[in-house]
Write a protein that binds this ligand. Structure first.
Ligand code: GDP
Ligand code: IMO
Ligand code: MG
Length: 423
């Protein structure tokens, strides 16, 4: 059984929570793209974990963690996370495998990310500053350095010195202090020792797992509207967030995938710049942000808030062949003075689909809204669909009918066990 979890919006849909939930009895929990721009939260009782690189399904009883070739790695973040998990009494040696094909986020990538953003002035994209774009651009321009090179220290040093020399010249044109080769190599030497024991050909692990019919859970990062190709580019991230990323990022053949779970937050949130068609300003946005603790898991930035955008989510369902949906944060919507969802886009008097819009159109279009009656009751303690307030049931049924995809899970708090399951 191979399951993929995909965020259907602009990220932070609650993927961490749902992955942890689905990981109960899986054999492998896999991160297959993105880097530590991702911030996935798992809440177990009083404890809260923030995963940036380690798969959120690692707490499953049998779970082994795989970080496959599509992921880019900042080794200082990775080693910190390994420490945090091991402090929970979960040794990761022989439980966490990292592909030698993973590219490394190096100090000059972080510096360049920040330098480019500063140079953009008031046209900043709002990246996480983690070096994601510069690292992926080195990957596709054959300037990347991988875990593979790290295993051969002489080779690594040679490539690193060459790249650092070039990057320093670029940094200097931005007026940024160049990086010191010896100092950076010293840090890399320590990190290298810590991560090499985890290096394994993850393709072979996956191939054998598929042959033995074991359970594999693949954890998407970010959201579909941040995909390099399918976002309102350049308001994007550096990886393909659509389900196709599983094939190139982990080596799992498309036709082996049994289930694609789409995570849909009951409203919209976004961190960073770019158009957000259903964006709200004022009291409703503020109250949703505060009640839902909508602050970035990675950067702490306040998240922008909007009504649920079903036009965009419908596109996400289509392009990913979403088989069923987990709705999250429905518990945040009670007590609002009004409630709307966007059911289409209108531009210059015409109906336009999400896929036809670039950033300029998305910023200019008028969302077509449908209003819903609200509900007052706190639903955090509810565990069956029938016990939900009638208006809340109607909201869910409308979403399900509009998307034509079954809602299988409704999450009503950050906690692992706070869910309503629908057959
Ligand atoms: P991810 O990046 O998709 O994994 O999402 P984040 O972890 O960045 O942000 C989601 C936030 O919502 C986290 O703080 C979660 O603990 C929290 N969360 C997830 N599901 C629910 C839910 O159903 N209700 C509430 N109130 N919070 C939730
Ligand atoms: P998870 O996995 C929310 C956004 C950034 C920025 C844009 C580009 O937690 O859902 P980058 O640093 O990737 O070059 O920034 O993408 N972004 C995310 N927003 N959640 C994420 O991940 C994100 N990953 C990237 O805010 O707008
Ligand atoms: Mg997040």
């Amino acid at each position: 059984m191979i399951t993929v979890v995909i965020g259907t919006q602009w990220g932070d849909e609650g993927k961490g929570k749902i992955v942890d939930l689905l990981a109960k009895d899986v054999d492998y929990a896999v991160r297959y793209h993105g880097g530590n721009n991702a911030g996935h939260t798992v809440v177990i009782g009083e404890k809260k974990f923030f995963f940036h690189l380690i798969p959120s399904g690692i707490f499953g009883k049998k779970s082994k963690g795989l970080i496959t070739n599509g992921v880019i790695l900042d080794l200082s973040v990775l080693t910190e996370e390994i420490k945090i998990i091991e402090e929970q009494g979960i040794p990761l040696k022989d439980r966490l495998y990292i592909s030698p094909r993973c590219h490394l986020i190096l100090p000059y990538h972080r510096a360049l990310d920040v330098a480019y953003e500063n140079a953009r002035g008031d046209k900043k994209l709002g990246t996480t500053g983690r070096g994601i774009g510069p690292c992926y651009s080195d990957k596709v321009s054959y300037n990347g350095i991988r875990m593979y090179e790290l295993a051969n220290w002489d080779l690594f040093k040679e490539k690193f010195a060459f790249q650092l020399g070039i990057k320093n010249k670029i940094l200097e044109t931005f007026g940024v202090k160049p990086l010191n080769l010896e100092e950076e190599l010293e840090k890399m030497a320590d990190l290298r020792k810590a991560v090499i024991p985890y290096m394994v050909d993850t393709y072979q692990v996956i191939k054998e797992a598929i042959a033995k019919d074991e359970k594999i859970l693949l954890e998407g990062a970010h959201g579909i509207m941040l995909d390099t190709d399918w976002s309102p580019y350049p308001y994007a991230t550096g990886s393909n967030t659509v389900v196709g990323g599983v094939n190139c990022g982990a080596g799992v053949p498309d036709r082996k995938i049994d289930r694609v779970v789409g995570i849909v937050k009951a409203f919209t949130s976004r961190v960073g710049g770019g158009p957000l068609p259903t964006e709200l300003h004022g009291e409703i946005a503020d109250s949703i942000r505060e009640k839902g603790h909508e602050y970035g898991t990675t950067t702490g930035r306040p998240r922008r808030i909007g009504w649920l955008d079903l036009e965009a989510v419908k596109f996400a369902c289509e392009i990913n062949t979403i088989s069923d949906i987990a709705i999250t944060k429905l518990d945040i919507l009670n007590g609002l003075p009004e409630l709307k969802v966007c059911i289409g886009y209108e531009l210059d008097g015409n109906t336009v689909p999400y896929s036809s819009c670039g950033y300029e159109e998305l910023a200019r279009l008028k969302p077509v809204y449908k209003s819903f009656p609200t509900w007052e009751e706190d639903i955090t303690g509810i565990r069956t669909f029938a016990d939900l307030p009638k208006n809340c049931q109607d909201y869910l049924n409308y979403i399900q009918d509009f998307l034509g995809v079954k809602i299988s899970i409704v999450s009503v708090s950050p906690e692992r066990d706070s869910n309503i399951y629908r057959q």
